[in-house]
Design a protein around this ligand. Structure first.
Ligand code: PGA
Length: 243
């Protein structure tokens, strides 16, 4: 049985004060959420210890938004797995399309981050997805397959999450049709060859489409950006009902 992972990625939002106020509203709303799903929040690095302290006795788990492959060293602006583990971080997003785009992250770097995360007992959430132009040119499957094969090389299918996030659907309000997202997630599963692999969909997930997405056979959770910034809307997503 694959246990779905519902994750909110706060990106570069939330001071510690804002995170405290968010959690005061959010935590009561997930008090009775079924334990048939994992609930995860990815604060910016500066708010991780504050959030980790607040959620200590709850079911909410913490993710980082990236992780480096070395334990320490001369890597200005990077954060190592051991630094995250000190704050009870459980997941690490790697290969999100924003660092891929703005900082030219390569599949090879993403792969090193994922391997290192697993070696330290963190669960990498490896993001893959095509641009609008790639989809229009009929290259979506080839691009995603390359990202999957290179990004996951040498990783274990246990303690691993893959997030299919079509770039044209991120922050645009344009969700990928649930059936198409499901088809791509199924392809990823067949390329990886593991029926246990957790595969999320991400890209304009919101209260209005969560139930339909979670009803799909190959979608095992969601990675939520914008809609995770509002505690009521992320709580509705966390409390999805299969339709
Ligand atoms: P979005 O972002 O939900 O705002 O589209 C998703 C993501 O970037 O993971």
């Amino acid at each position: 049985m694959r246990k779905p992972v519902i994750a909110g990625n706060w990106k570069m939002h939330m001071t510690c004060a804002e995170a405290r106020s968010y959690m005061a509203t959010f935590l009561p709303l997930i008090e009775n959420t079924s334990d048939d799903r994992h609930l995860v929040i990815a604060p910016p690095f500066t708010a991780i210890s504050t959030v980790a302290e607040i959620v200590r006795n709850t079911s909410l788990e913490i993710s980082s938004q990236n992780v480096h492959w070395e334990d320490q060293g001369a890597y200005t602006a990077e954060v190592s797995p051991t630094m995250l583990l000190e704050h009870k971080v459980r997941y690490a997003i790697v290969g999100h399309s924003e660092p891929r785009k703005y900082f030219s992250e390569s599949d090879e770097q993403i792969n090193r981050r994922a391997i290192s995360a697993q070696r330290h007992g963190l669960i990498p959430i490896v993001c893959v997805g095509e641009t609008d132009e790639q989809r229009e040119r009929g290259e979506a499957e080839r691009v995603i397959r390359r990202q999957v094969e290179q990004g996951l090389e040498g990783t274990s299918c246990e303690n691993l999450v893959v997030a299919y996030e079509p770039i044209w659907a991120i922050g645009t309000g344009k969700t990928c049709a649930a059936t198409e997202a499901n088809r791509i997630c199924g392809l990823i599963r067949s390329w990886v060859g593991s029926s246990n692999l957790i595969i999320q969909y991400g890209g304009s997930v919101k209260p209005a489409n969560i139930d339909e997405l979670m009803a799909m056979s190959d979608i095992d959770g969601v990675l939520v950006g914008g809609a995770s910034l509002d505690p009521d809307s992320f709580a509705r997503i966390a409390n999805y009902n299969i339709i």
